[in-house]
Design a protein around this ligand. Structure first.
Ligand code: ZN
Length: 174
């Protein structure tokens, strides 16, 4: 937390730069703005967003949405959640981090693994929920433990134990 001395120092700098002073009561708004800026520009929810295999998985979900999505239901929102289990409808969100609420509401009953990538996939024992953010979309997956752990293997192990590509036709026909 900033105290009044911090504000004083900050405002001296702001004044030199010709910017308006900020007051302690502005802080909640400033925090919200910086959170939004951070999410929009450096936009990562987690290190997963930079992993190529995670990105490919998210791209396949986005492709399903683009090919089969129902834009009639599209709300005007800064972010959208896509559930991998049914990516036809994009769910509007105020903040990217709201994906957790979307997941809690829609996935609590789901047992089917959305990822099905590992040889050891336990296809009816999905317990791990994770998001992959791509631009304004946050794709949400519920997977079994072996499929989630597959992404943490090294490249050679991943190639040796994968059961499909993320772009294959079978996935499109799901
Ligand atoms: Zn699985």
């Amino acid at each position: 937390m900033m105290d009044s001395r911090d504000y004083q120092l900050l405002n001296q700098e702001y004044s030199k730069a010709g910017l308006p002073a900020i007051m302690p009561e502005d802080q909640p708004l400033i925090n919200e703005i910086s959170e939004q800026c951070f999410a929009a520009s450096f936009g990562r929810l987690s290190p997963l967003d930079d992993n190529e295999d995670f990105k490919d998985l998210a791209r396949s979900t986005l492709k399903l949405y683009r090919d089969h999505g129902d834009n009639d239901f599209l709300e005007d929102a800064p972010y959208y959640a896509l559930l991998a289990a049914d990516p036809r409808i994009a769910i509007g969100m105020r903040r990217a981090t709201d994906w957790e609420e979307v997941a809690a509401k829609h996935l609590w009953r789901q047992k089917a693994c959305d990822v099905e990538i590992s040889w050891s996939c336990e296809s009816n024992a999905a317990t791990v929920v994770f998001p992959i953010k791509q631009g304004e979309f946050v794709c949400i997956y519920k997977s079994c433990v072996p499929c989630r752990e597959w992404f943490d293997l090294d490249h050679a192990e991943r190639q040796a134990s994968r059961t499909r590509e993320f772009w294959d036709d079978d996935w499109d026909r799901r």
